[in-house]
Ligand binder design. Sequence first.
Ligand SMILES: [Zn+2]
Length: 165
Amino acid sequence: MSPMVTGTTDNAPDQDFHPGESAATAPVEDEDGLPFWEFAARGELRVQSCAACALPRFPPRPCCPRCQCFASEWRRVSGHGRLWSYVVPHPPLLPFYEQHAPYNVALVELAEDPRIRLVGNVVAAPGAGLGSLDPARLSIGAPVRAAFTDPAEGVTVPYWLLEEA
Ligand SMILES: [Zn+2]
């Protein structure tokens, strides 16, 4: 596990944490969100859904906002979606991110349910880096599809590719 995953909430200096390394991008796992990362590690994009009324919800949380049921299941989705919004961060940035700028942070609405929006990065090609896509190629509503990458050992995260129209 990376220092980010095992970090504490106190403010003591962490000698093992270097923002310039890949740990800066490691997901912070919690009990509700853990299945998302476990499925991602198998190359599956899944969304938590209510076991009683089937309403999908994201980010993961214990209770259904519609029927208040605490039982949930993780339904696989196609990985197709549309760019709902995005930003292109500018300096000052943390050193890890500065070296990749300009890059994008995208909100993608899923084809199965546009109310479900995932945060990620759109890159130029499978396996390409964070800042590989010219931000000028992004447009709201653009079709995208999910893929997966392993930025560090034991860490798998989804990212997005532009669909060719
Ligand atoms: Zn429900």
